[in-house]
Design a binder for this molecule. Structure first.
Ligand code: ADP
Ligand code: ADP
Ligand code: ZN
Length: 210
């Protein structure tokens, strides 16, 4: 099964992608995670994208497409994958079509007010990549990762100025993908507002999964 997860920042794509990838034993490809790993390693790519990501702009299509093209060649993608946060522009979507076909594009919807609440309360484990929320998905011990015990951080792009920019970048550059995939008969809409358990059930239902 080859899926795209669409939707604004904070809608819950990453949370649901991790869960579904584990459940279906398919690969989870988050371009945001790949960029953050590159930044942490201080690789050439990481140094190139750090400032762009921190202010909440999009990384240029050429770099992003190249990254995904390489990643989906890996063996773990043969049995299927979830692209989480890619494509984010029409140019990326057109490039992806030339690389590989997908079964569905799932669009997670959420109001701007709720997105801001989700993003400003998000906490990330820099060691294992697990995501929490101070109110909605709190760790057992405040500020520590349940999985590995590392101290949780706030992403630089989850500060309010960057959040506002990301929501406007989303509207201008990414929202048009809803029409793009709708015209191809691939779009599935999932309401991102309910509790995680309910969103996950709705996701499986819309994909006709047991
Ligand atoms: P995205 O990948 O779309 O940016 P995330 O999966 O990182 O979104 O979720 C954004 C924040 O909201 C995180 O802090 C996450 O823990 C929290 N979250 C995810 N899904 C839900 C949900 N259904 N209800 C409440 N909070 C959620
Ligand atoms: P979120 O779901 O909270 O918006 P991501 O982790 O998906 O965050 O992405 C973080 C940042 O990484 C984006 O704001 C952008 O700067 C960059 N990024 C991720 N995916 C892409 C993409 N497909 N195209 C361009 N930039 C991207
Ligand atoms: Zn951790």
């Amino acid at each position: 099964m080859k899926l795209i997860f669409l939707g604004p920042p904070g809608a819950g794509k990453g949370t649901m992608a991790k869960r579904l990838a584990k459940d279906r034993k398919i690969a989870h490809i988050s371009t945001g995670d790949l960029f953050r790993e590159a930044i942490a390693r201080e690789s050439e790519l990481g140094l190139e994208v750090k400032a762009i990501i921190e202010r909440g702009d999009l990384v240029p299509d050429s770099l992003t497409i190249q990254l995904v093209a390489e990643r989906i060649k890996a063996g773990d993608c043969a049995g299927g994958f979830i692209l989480d946060g890619f494509p984010r522009t029409i140019g990326q979507a057109e490039a992806l079509e030339k690389l590989v076909g997908v079964d569905a594009a799932v669009n997670f919807g959420l109001s701007d007010e709720e997105l801001v609440r989700r993003l400003s309360g998000r906490r990330l484990c820099p060691a294992c990549g697990r995501t929490f929320h101070v109110d909605f998905m709190p760790p057992q011990v405040p500020d520590l990762c349940d999985s590995c015990g590392a101290g949780l951080i706030v992403r630089k792009d989850d500060q309010i100025d960057s959040i506002r920019n990301r929501l406007s970048v989303y509207q201008k550059q990414t929202e048009p993908l809803i029409g793009f995939y709708s015209r191809r008969g691939l779009l599935k809409n999932v309401d991102g507002a309910p509790a995680p358990e309910a969103v996950f059930s709705a996701l499986k239902k819309t994909l006709a999964l047991p």
